[in-house]
Design a protein around this ligand. Sequence first.
Ligand code: NAD
Length: 335
Amino acid sequence: MHVTVFSTKPYDRRFLDASNATAGHRLSYLEARLSVETCGLANGADGVCAFVNDEVNADVLASLASMGVKLVALRAAGFNNVDLEAARREGITVARVPAYSPHAVAEHTIALILTLNRNVHRAYNRVREGNFALEGLLGFDLAGKTTGVVGTGKIGEVVCRILTGFGCTVLAYDPQPNAACEQMGVRYVPLEELLSLSDIVTLHCPLTPATHHLIDARTLARMKPGVMLINTSRGAVIDTRAALRGLKDGTIGYLGLDVYEEEADLFFEDLSQRFIGDDVFARLLTFPNVLITGHQAFFTEEALTNIADTTIGNITAFERTGRAVHEVSVEKIAR
Ligand code: NAD
């Protein structure tokens, strides 16, 4: 099958080529992000392969359908960037990689927590400057702290397990509680209770209309003063402007982000020779208690191997049977 692969970096090619070696699909790699302006580049392909910041909206899907594209294979778990209703209308199958390594994202979440807590990001710079003073680097023990996990699916479950291992009390909020979490002693509580009791709140829910700006001025006001807030899910789960105000008035004591609601124009690119035009993001970078990584929580050898294998598996199954292995559709998510 001929597939145009958008938003590719050298590492995407390396892992996809390895997985495709036996499958033999024709993969046309493009650096461009998929959008209404670039979708014409898929002309002649049977499918497109897209990533987290590609725009798979109604206009893009209509253009893709008019070119004969039948499959959108996401090399990601989240599908908030796809208009599934439009895909159904246009007769385009959407496939994703539902699980590739929950450990990758969960472990990165813990890296953010520990780095912020123990000021490792600041200590690294100090020591390189020959400054071994400890003033300003005081942390706290994780053992005994109350942590709140919002969303206990595949990633949230691993986070719960690790936090339990640290000796934390783990509270969780999820409309669909996970029995494995309950068995490890996690206590499900209403969101408001989780927010008011937790020293650390970490977000692992998908971005949906219900979770858009789940953390805003109102919910921040419920949190313990000086809370540590971590987001490795999707940027728009947090209202960033409200978080900025929370940082300024001390409501938020630590903020760890791997995702940002306006990340599409920033992340995955080297902008070091330019300036950052996003003033909200630039302001975030000025706080010593804010740690941002550029959507790299998934970025491990194991996860990239699994993403490539599952993506190629979806394409192969679609070519042979007309159905991908891991399809996502309006009907499926309504269930
Ligand atoms: P999952 O589908 O296994 O789990 C998501 C959980 O969130 C489910 O248990 C669901 O019931 C719960 N949920 C749904 N609505 C909720 C709400 N309103 N409040 C609380 N919980 C709610 O997904 P996963 O594999 O654990 O991934 C979670 C999210 O992490 C993904 O949707 C994706 O956005 C994000 N993610 C980020 C990266 C990264 O590199 N930063 C990588 C992979 C996934």
